[in-house]
Design a protein around this ligand. Sequence first.
Ligand code: ATP
Length: 450
Amino acid sequence: MNYANKQDRKRNSENKVTNNLMDKLVSLCKRRGFIFQSSEIYGGLEATYDYGPLGVELKNNVKQIWWRDIVTSRADVVGMDAAIFMNPKVWEASGHVVEFHDPLVDCRNCKARYRADHIDLDKPCLRCGIKDWTDQRQFNLMLKTHYGPSEDSSSVIYLRPETAQGIFVNFVNAQTTARMKLPFGIAQIGKAFRNEITTGNFLFRTREFEQMELEYFVHPQESSIWLDYWVQSRFDWYKNLGITPEKLRLRQHKDDELAHYAADCYDVEYEFPFGWSELEGIADRGTYDLDQHIKSSGKKMTWFDPKSNKHITPAVVESSAGVDRTVLTILVDAYHEEEVRGEKRVVLRLHPKLAPITVAVFPLVNRDGMPEIAEKIFDDLRSHFAAFNDTGGSIGRRYRRQDEAGTPYGITVDSQTLEDQTVTVRDRDSMEQERVGVDKLEVFLSDKLK
Ligand code: ATP
């Protein structure tokens, strides 16, 4: 945990201005099938969301790009997928049982509960306007459940609050089976759970979320070099997703924010409508994690260094990113409103590699054989691209729906198609249309997506 960005966060939670953009985004996400409130028909569950048909595609695209960039395109990183349930001793060794807490404070008057480091305790309660705070106390963020058919204290188990420990405890298994030499990384994507005191800002802070984590094991003397490398590389990764560079920044942790074992740490931050906030943390964790597991398990978790002829405990540089925060960032950054011929147009300017639908196919009208041609084009394209065939409603309405879905290209079959086998391809952002031969569509789109 880090308590980075305290000032920004204070400002954020004090900012009572209705967050217009966030409200509009939540509504678009529901309208277009990106994100729904969880168990909505029963009134929902606070700060829990379900990804709909378009949302799951966007989220999968984020995860696939991360996996390709971090794992499959590199010779020095392997992947894994650890179970969510782990032996509770893991969380004792990692320090989570004792250390993984946030400071909690209550308003005695209205009983509102806050994370003490997110508000200004010199000021009155944001809800009732009265200043009558309880003392701060520490609240452990790990969610517990019972494992197996008995419900006594011996069956208590935790839902993992991070995926990283699944990597550390498998360090030897992964290193020996994949025959990796330092420096090398182990990466995984998976769900994590935290009983956050306060949630909010849509997907930003929820109790169930997904992480993309890389633990990069290095010679202890080389950790600061690798930290620099990963900080830059991870910062560039967000820019390559098409996120506005001016809204991204790196922030180095001050000494008093660093976890006691971390030598150095940077956050990648984005300027959300509610202020600058963390997307990812990149930290030099030294040998702390492996040392802790060596001490607690009594197992050998070192690496034999052929150069020095010695067993060494590698240091680790961690990159820990949130899938859902990345999805939120992409959506916030892509949301645009503009006026076109006196009408409001809402458009998600998603990078084509992220868009849930790459190309939509429309017959101009539902007659004269146009739907059949559109269907055939759709069938031909769908094995190469994420394609969608839309025949419902006026063409203007269909364009607007796809603009809101962030679909970069729209193909329209019109009366000219019947004569010369060409269609129009509309660019989502410029709204310009060009005529392309039906037989050239695959190459045309592939070139655009390069
Ligand atoms: P914060 O300071 O915002 O509570 P943190 O510093 O505790 O975050 P880490 O433990 O570094 O977060 O977790 C790594 C990443 O996991 C975060 O950068 C974020 O993207 C994601 N993450 C952490 N907590 C949550 C949450 N409650 N909801 C959504 N994503 C989260």
